[in-house]
Design a protein. Structure first.
Length: 344
């Protein structure tokens, strides 16, 4: 598990997680703003079409010259569809005066009980609401579901035709919903692609940067196995890319690690010199003491004067050995003090 989730992978996953949060926030904000703006544009379109009906002199003339009792067909405006706006005009008795969705073979309709090609009116509840609250409210936006589609409706009461009339403009939200769905899929796919590139790129960059740490680990392990303090860590990579990546704290760490190795090497060499000097200086008094002791043990019948001379010589060599040990310890302390002063 530790090998699977190595440090470069964990760092790359962390970077990817942070990027995912940023992308989600950006995508969510962009999607919400786009959806809000799209629905606002739809409402503006519906209200502008209703305003164009109020200003249409040909429509007023059609009302005055219509003797057939059939609704006026608004040929200048597209019917309901993914690209058009459907319009219906009613009088105060809910009689259909003009429409873009009228099916002439069935005659005018004034209720939603029987549906031919579209409900007439599109939203009777909105008209009733405006009737009850007029003049505080003279227009209203509403949404209905018709034939599997969501229809956005704008209802307006006007007296421009000499008496109260109601204009309803309607448009399907199908194309708007499809556009928003395409945008959502684009944001999701683009975000996933960006996260994939971020994960791979972050892992590669982190792996390259941590190559110096891996070299330090291998060097430390090699020194531990061979006790060769002369080895050093390569502070920079062999290529220019790695050198650019390591001009930071890791490079400083490598230089500090190399300085520590140099100090260890110096201390190790002083230790080896101390051991060599101690061995050399102590060999003579130890040999002399051993010889005197051998003499005393092998020749017990020596005269008293010679025995005393051998003991005095052993005692002198022991004192000399004590002085040598003190001098060697003083020398070692002096070397340590000098090294510490140089570091300061």
């Amino acid at each position: 598990m530790a090998r699977l989730f190595s440090l470069p992978l964990r760092l790359a996953l962390l970077y990817t997680l942070l990027l995912a949060i940023a992308l989600w926030f950006f995508g969510f904000t962009a999607y919400q703003r786009t959806a809000q703006q799209s629905y606002q544009n739809l409402d503006i379109l519906l209200s502008s079409r209703a305003a164009s009906v109020r200003l249409g002199k040909d429509i007023i003339a059609g009302f005055n010259n219509n003797s057939t009792g059939l609704p006026v067909i608004l040929n200048s405006v597209d019917g309901l569809g993914t690209q058009g706006v459907a319009i219906e005009v009613f009088d105060a008795q809910m009689s259909l005066l003009a429409t873009t969705t009228y099916t002439q073979g069935y005659g005018p309709q004034s209720s939603v009980d029987t549906l031919i090609s579209s409900p007439i009116p599109w939203d009777a509840h909105a008209i009733d609401t405006i009737k009850r609250q007029y003049p505080q409210i003279n227009h209203l936006y509403s949404t209905i579901h018709y034939q599997g589609q969501t229809i956005r409706i704008y209802t307006l009461q006007t007296n421009d035709f000499g008496s109260p009339h109601f204009i309803q403009t309607a448009r399907s939200e199908q194309d708007l919903a499809q556009s928003l769905n395409d945008l959502r899929l684009l944001l999701i796919r683009g975000g996933l692609l960006a996260l994939a590139f971020a994960l791979v790129g972050g892992w590669c960059i982190t792996w390259s940067i941590l190559a110096l740490v891996r070299r330090m680990t291998r060097t430390a392990q090699s020194i531990s196995d061979s006790r060769d303090f002369s080895k050093r860590v390569l502070a920079h990579g062999k290529n220019r890319y790695n050198r650019l990546l390591t001009q930071d704290e890791l490079s400083t760490l490598a230089e500090t690690f190399n300085q520590m190795l140099a100090n260890l090497e110096e201390a190790y060499q002083r230790q080896q010199r101390f051991i060599a000097d101690a061995s050399h200086e102590l060999r003579a008094p130890i040999t002399s003491i051993r010889c005197n002791l051998d003499l005393l043990s092998k020749a017990p019948d020596l005269p008293e004067s010679e025995i005393q001379a051998a003991l005095d010589d052993a005692r002198a060599e022991t004192a000399r050995m004590g002085r040598l040990v003190n001098d060697l310890l003083l020398l070692a302390h002096t070397d340590d003090f000098t090294a510490s002063k140089n570091h300061l």
